[in-house]
Design a protein around this ligand. Structure first.
Ligand code: FES
Length: 177
């Protein structure tokens, strides 16, 4: 349970907000990391910590593309294909990426490493094609850069390094005064 595993960090996160309810998003990131997605159990735990009804967490989870209601791969490649990015080749980039990984949009590779999703504008329209992977932007992409990104992520997965680990970012946020 995240309430026990991350007790100190959760305390740090709660201390940064005027009300418990406002801490929902970072706690959801922690829960999602713990369970791999926003499972019913993850939603219940966050709701319990924040004294909220689980349906509130469910509604947040449905609204934000960063929360997943189904299991996903270790690395979720969220490619923006909104209008501005589409004008700069995002649709072709999505096609290249899905072909390369052999999965459709919303699919996950057999090794459980990668999921591809398409998302609405991430606010980096001038740097398209771009994607977000575990809260980190990858910009000005082309096939060669995508190959390098996959190589880096595979190596990270093999070595257990945490460059793109979401909890690391959330927990460092909790530790800031
Ligand atoms: S349209 Fe893709 S980042 Fe804005």
């Amino acid at each position: 349970m995240i309430a026990e595993k991350y007790a100190k960090e959760i305390e740090g996160i709660l201390a940064r907000f005027p009300s418990k309810k406002s801490a929902a998003l970072p706690l959801m990131h922690l829960a999602q990391h713990e369970y791999g997605y926003m499972s019913p159990e993850a939603m219940r735990e966050v709701a319990e910590i924040l004294d909220l009804d689980p349906t509130h967490i469910l509604s947040l989870s449905g609204f934000y593309s960063l929360y997943y209601e189904e299991p996903v791969g270790k690395y979720v490649l969220e490619i923006c294909n909104d209008l501005a990015c589409a004008l700069r080749g995002a649709d072709e980039f999505v096609e290249m990426a899905t072909d390369k990984l052999g999965i459709p949009v919303d699919g996950t590779t057999e090794d459980g490493l990668f999921t591809i999703k398409t998302v609405m504008c991430l606010g980096a329209c001038d740097r398209a094609p771009m994607l977000q992977c575990n809260l980190k932007f990858e910009e000005h992409l082309d096939e060669a850069k995508f190959d390098l990104l996959l190589e880096r992520l595979r190596s990270e997965a093999n070595t257990g390094s945490s460059d793109t680990a979401v909890p690391t970012k959330i927990l460092s946020y909790a530790a800031k005064k």
